[in-house]
Design a protein around this ligand. Sequence first.
Ligand code: UD1
Ligand code: CA
Length: 479
Amino acid sequence: MSQAPSRTVVVLAAGEGKRMKSATPKMLQPLLGRTLLGHVLATSAAIKTDRTVVVVGHKADEITAFLAEVAPEATPVLQAQQNGTGHAVRIALESTPDLTGTVVVLSGDVPLLRPETLEMLLATHERAGAAATVLSAEVEVPGGLGRIVRGADGGLERIVEAKDASDEERRIREINSGIYAFDAVLLREALGKLSTDNAQGEEYLTDVFGILAAQGHRVAIEVAESWVETLGCNDRAELAQLRVLMRDRVNGAWMRSGVLLLDPATTWIDVTATLEPDAVVDQNSQILGSSSVATGAVVGPDTTLIDTTVAAGATVLRTHAIGASVGPSASVGPFSFLRPGTRLAAKSKIGGFVEAKNAELGEGAKVPHLTYVGDATIGAKANIGAGTIFANYDGVRKSHTTVGEAAFVGSDSVLVAPVEIGPGAYVAAGSAVTKDVPAGSLGVTRAQQRNIEGWTVRKRPGTVSAAAAEAADITSDQE
Ligand code: UD1
Ligand code: CA
């Protein structure tokens, strides 16, 4: 058996992307959990390749730093001046002098390309023994894209840029996706013959096809099943269009795998998030970053999960959660905010209008209403009354509060950290607790209540309250 030819991927990512009008380079614009370039690198990583070269230029430092973090196997190559796509590939090849085999060229701003389609392009290229193969697509509005010019035999004659095309050529609706496979040796030769004698004064990579075809080399075309995969991105309106297409693709895949999305049009799931069959996501919800939703869990409506795990059977209703973990059959919301380090054990509860940060709730523990829980450990079956504040910050330091198993904290209490409420202890409602409450004790810090009889009628005569007081007095006299 002969060894498979080597495969090198060259990703073009040096362009400026002026029309984005953003301080962030186009290649690093976000799209459902990855940057544009990140999607292209993920597609490239999903096929068998021997090396990846990324041509960087505009904001090269930022892109190189991104590569070091996200795709350390990729080698950045600097194209100091962006003199065209042909020039970019020429520079990439100059960094790998003895290259043979297949060179795959991808655009850093074409993020919807699937690995399956790239494999089809490569299969066509290798089966045909072609010098160069282009991925084309039929589109309704070809606009500024390069056109595929076919000869009398239906084969590829050349690729012409819209700006250099005749009126007749501009009517062609088969476009160049900017995704190609080349024979490395023939590509290098052809790149040496490029000129800048065109409308944009650039070295066009597309001219390689005409050069190779004229020399009698075989050039091939793979027509993409869907034009969607070849869509590039030049401005924010196009980015929004890509986001919708990517959302529909991601949501379609999850629904086919058994996830119930009640309103897929308003459900946004990053490509990095995961869901199990029979997970339910209600409308207007976002499952972002490394979030996961297990079977039988219900998330939403109106919920955002960022890097948050939701275990089986849990409910998260109208909630914003980041860096949290929600245990099996636990419940959260409505209208709550889970911040990093919130860990909810099985069957625990965070109710409405609760903010939690770096807080651990034991099994069955409950924080049902209007509470701030910062830097705390709450034991199993403990109950935190409405309006309790875990005062974790003294203006200088953050401190920890521990509430023991099955302890009961009365409503409107302040637990001033560091402090410990022992197992089975009670805190009387309205207490400001600054000292530990031992196990099984009642902690009370408020003043004794005294009632001043007849006060309303004497001090607020003529008010509705005084009238009510007098009426109550008559009633009680009659009893
Ligand atoms: C290119 C193709 C066009 C095709 C379209 C598909 C050429 C001449 N034209 O046009 O036929 O329909 O892509 O999207 O190739 N880049 C560099 N260095 C450069 C120039 C560009 O790295 O000097 C990178 C860009 O960052 C981008 C990619 O190459 O990722 C394509 O460049 P772009 O300027 O967008 O090419 P188009 O004019 O759109
Ligand atoms: Ca483009």
